[in-house]
Design a protein around this ligand. Structure first.
Ligand SMILES: Cc1cc2nc3c(=O)[nH]c(=O)nc-3n(C[C@H](O)[C@H](O)[C@H](O)COP(=O)(O)OP(=O)(O)OC[C@H]3O[C@@H](n4cnc5c(N)ncnc54)[C@H](O)[C@@H]3O)c2cc1C
Length: 340
């Protein structure tokens, strides 16, 4: 008896929130050809498709219909060139943090501030991952994508990806249209430390190397953020809201101590964690979900809860912020199956 080529799969431990989930069909293609074959089968069967990486920015429902594809092509290599720049090719299934540490260990500058962000390389461009004053788009040169509709491959420049704060074309016009299969990054042999954020400069020491900076970032993150292996979470649950200057001025008149960051377009970015904290919600728990006790931007799952309960809890948190400050919070993790 032949076994099903795309059997069901329990994904409860494949998402960092630890939400219970079973995929109707599952594939982890290790090559482009295997990915294209899975896409052909999904089309033939009329299965809806869900793409999965490390599951660190996804809210999974209890049952995912159709085919879940987790790209498992996991090679990376350096393209040595003349001069100070080095190109790095990384396939979708490479673990982002492992790549960052390997590059930092080789003395290459560019991704060290993005250490310890969970997830896969394939998902990194989706929300243009960012931390400690650096965003992926600053080092990304191009991505290879495969069309979900016909399996065709093509390259896109960083410019074509329309990167913005926690945003890209993959959450907009290309949402649900392509699988990202490979990244090309441009790193530098010439020192260019970015240490302006918090106490990173102090922690990285007097002679920072990419590895020292990456290790300092890891140490800070471990102090501040809950480890998903211990307490389910998806990192920041809300984006930092960007509001009109006039609204920011009104809020600052009432709360002069409010953190605020003027943007190039004249609007002002506020700190969602501060707004939640000011509502007295840090450490607040209701049922199986809560606001993390050290970082108000992170919602945590104590176990046994569902996606629906999480969304209800998150709506309460956002509702309290809207009531007190008149600011709408937008969710950062994506709901599997949801299209923007
Ligand atoms: C503790 C913690 C800390 C975090 N800190 C940060 C942070 O500092 N900065 C930050 O930006 N993010 C942070 N995140 C969020 C998360 O790590 C990133 O968004 C990461 O890039 C998600 O990768 P993933 O592989 O887990 O993606 P998943 O959660 O599996 O998927 C995310 C989205 O990408 C899609 N997708 C996945 N793979 C592909 C692919 N190959 N092609 C096309 N679409 C794909 C999925 O369908 C989904 O829509 C944090 C999360 C946690 C849990």
């Amino acid at each position: 008896m032949s076994s099903l080529p795309y059997p069901p799969r329990d994904l409860s431990s494949a998402n960092t929130l630890g939400l219970p989930c079973v995929a109707e069909h599952f594939a982890a293609p290790e090559s482009l050809a295997a990915l294209q074959a899975a896409l052909v089968e999904a089309r033939r069967q009329g299965w809806p498709l869900t793409l999965l990486g490390g599951g660190s920015n996804l809210i999974l429902p209890e049952r995912l219909p159709g085919l879940v594809i987790r790209p498992a092509m996991a090679r990376w290599w350096l393209e040595e060139g003349e001069g100070e720049a080095v190109r790095v090719h990384a396939e979708a299934g490479v673990v982002w943090h492992d790549l960052v540490m390997a590059l930092a260990g080789r003395g290459l500058w560019g991704t060290e501030n993005l250490a310890l962000i969970p997830g896969s390389c394939g998902a990194a461009p989706i929300q243009n991952i960012g931390a400690y004053g650096v965003e992926l788009c600053e080092v990304l040169e191009a991505v290879e994508v495969v069309s979900l509709a016909d399996g065709g491959e093509r390259w896109m420049t960083a410019e074509a990806c329309a990167f913005a704060y926690r945003d890209s074309i993959f959450k907009g016009a290309l949402d649900g249209q392509v699988v990202i299969t490979r990244l090309v990054l441009r790193l530098s042999r010439t020192p260019r430390p970015r240490l302006g954020y918090g106490d990173l400069a102090e922690r990285a020491g007097e002679q920072p190397t990419p590895l020292r900076v990456a290790e300092a970032v890891c140490a800070i993150r471990r102090e501040k953020l809950p480890d998903p292996a211990v307490l389910g979470n998806a990192g920041s649950f809300f984006k930092n809201p960007v509001v009109a200057a006039v609204q920011a001025e009104r809020l600052l008149a009432l709360h002069p101590e409010m953190p605020h960051f003027p943007q190039p377009d004249g609007r002002v970015k506020l700190a969602a964690g501060w707004l939640i904290d000011q509502c007295g919600l840090k450490g607040w728990r209701e049922g199986r979900f809560g606001v993390h006790e050290r970082q108000a931007l992170v919602l945590v799952h104590f176990g046994g809860g569902s996606a629906a309960e999480l969304l209800t809890f998150a709506a309460r948190v956002a509702g309290r912020v809207a009531e007190r400050f008149g600011v709408e919070l937008e969710r950062e993790p994506r709901l599997a199956g949801e299209r923007s």
